[in-house]
Design a protein around this ligand. Structure first.
Ligand SMILES: NC(=O)c1ccc[n+]([C@@H]2O[C@H](COP(=O)([O-])OP(=O)(O)OC[C@H]3O[C@@H](n4cnc5c(N)ncnc54)[C@H](O)[C@@H]3O)[C@@H](O)[C@H]2O)c1
Length: 381
């Protein structure tokens, strides 16, 4: 079996999740970790027994051993990193949101085509087995025509003004925080499942903390809870804490979602509800093995993940028997498996979100921002 050699750029929350998930594939070796400062890369490489670490990601661009890279760095670094690696023929799996603007994302799509590299945007949440069961139900017509979509992605880790992360600052994050960070997942998911495109948005955004207390040292995602209130500096906040967004999908479906990083008690409550002419479904990432199916003329159901009972292609997204949870970590493994399969077998189907999907996501994020600025509906081309 040929083994692909890959490098992970970023050693924070996602860098570690990616490294671990790649390890589980079997046919891919992580040969290097890059991060800044170099010490962080060293620590992660040591922990996962990766042979090489570096504080300078550019040193990997021309490394002939590295065939593919995973970009797990703050959003503003996705474009320059992806560009440099693609220009040297490396396949790129990039975290979401794909870039900080649709112009950058469009350039990434162009470069991927020019250099014929496999490219993916890490919308991993598509890969829960029960989510794929919903997709199969919709494809088989079990919901009927989709009329209404509703949902939320609610977190609480930035509730206090002492909570800080690089996402707060537009320089590292891009102009949109909550919509770009987690609204991007919601919009990708709803389009992936329904097969419908979001055609227009109308949004209202709020930044509750106009200033936040920034710790003087650097910290990782979700690590804010461990810090004491000393050693902060007050910084202005230009990115949003909350958004509510009305959406139009396809010819006549309608919907709405909220995204929040300040909703106490919600950790990663990513929820979608899809209602069709025949029945409805409701799913919440915090209980990922369960699916609620709502009926008008008979009792509602709650079904549980069991590969032998899932429909269509969904069993192929579950590696464990029913009753054994498959969660967030497993979604990355499922996406990566398909990404590397495409590298090994260039004529196999593309079963993962590409840079094209990431570009579509960036256009939607920009439309949401524009809608809020104009206080009105924005249509997408
Ligand atoms: N798909 C998901 O579910 C999901 C979840 C969380 C984050 N993300 C995305 O992953 C990306 C990283 O987020 P995170 O939460 O892991 O952040 P993090 O702060 O935990 O980690 C960021 C990493 O980037 C590295 N870095 C910063 N500047 C660098 C440079 N110049 N060279 C090399 N490395 C550098 C840091 O060393 C750090 O290891 C973001 O784009 C984010 O949107 C995706």
């Amino acid at each position: 079996m040929r083994k692909i050699k890959t490098a992970v750029i970023g050693s924070g929350f996602m860098g570690k999740v990616h490294t671990e998930a790649i390890r589980r594939l079997g046919n891919v070796d992580v040969v290097a970790v890059a991060a800044s400062p170099a010490r962080d890369a060293r620590l992660v490489a040591h922990h996962f027994d990766v042979p090489h670490s570096t504080g300078n990601w550019k040193s990997l661009i021309e490394d002939p051993e590295v065939e593919a890279v995973h970009l797990c760095t703050p959003n503003a670094l996705h474009y320059p990193m992806a560009k440099a690696f693609m220009e040297h023929g490396k396949h790129v799996l990039c975290e979401k949101p794909l870039a900080v603007s649709s112009a950058e994302a469009a350039e990434m799509v162009k470069l991927a085509k020019e250099h014929k590299v496999v490219n993916a945007t890490n919308h991993n949440l598509r890969y829960y087995p029960v989510v794929q069961h919903v997709r199969a139900m919709i494809e088989a017509g079990e919901l009927g025509e989709v009329l209404v979509v509703q949902g939320t992605y609610s977190q609480d880790w930035l509730l206090y003004d002492t909570d800080y992360n690089w996402r707060i600052e537009a320089r590292d994050n891009g102009p949109s925080r909550v919509v770009g960070d987690i609204g991007s997942h919601w919009m990708d998911m709803i389009q992936h499942l329904t097969g419908l495109r979001i055609t227009a948005v109308c949004a209202d955004l709020q930044t509750f903390h106009k200033t936040r207390k920034k710790p003087k040292g650097s910290i990782e995602t979700f690590a804010g809870k461990k810090l004491s209130p000393e050693d902060y500096e007050e910084i202005p906040v230009l990115t949003e804490d909350f958004a509510s967004v009305l959406v139009r999908l396809g010819d006549r479906a309608r919907g709405a979602y909220t995204v929040s990083q300040v909703s106490a008690g919600n950790k990663n409550r990513f929820q979608f509800e899809i209602y069709g002419t025949k029945c409805g479904v409701k799913w919440n990432q915090e209980v990922p093995d369960e699916l609620w199916i709502g009926h008008r003329n008979m009792p509602n159901q709650v079904i549980m993940k069991d590969p032998s009972l899932l429909s269509g292609r969904a069993p192929g997204y579950a590696d464990l028997p029913g009753g054994h949870s498959e969660g967030y970590d497993d979604t990355h493994k499922q996406l990566f498996k398909r990404f590397y399969n495409r590298i090994l077998h260039p004529h196999s189907p593309i079963e993962f979100p590409t840079f094209e999907d990431g570009l579509r996501g960036m256009k939607l994020i920009e439309a949401v921002m524009e809608s809020h600025a104009r206080q009105g509906w924005v249509e997408l081309g």
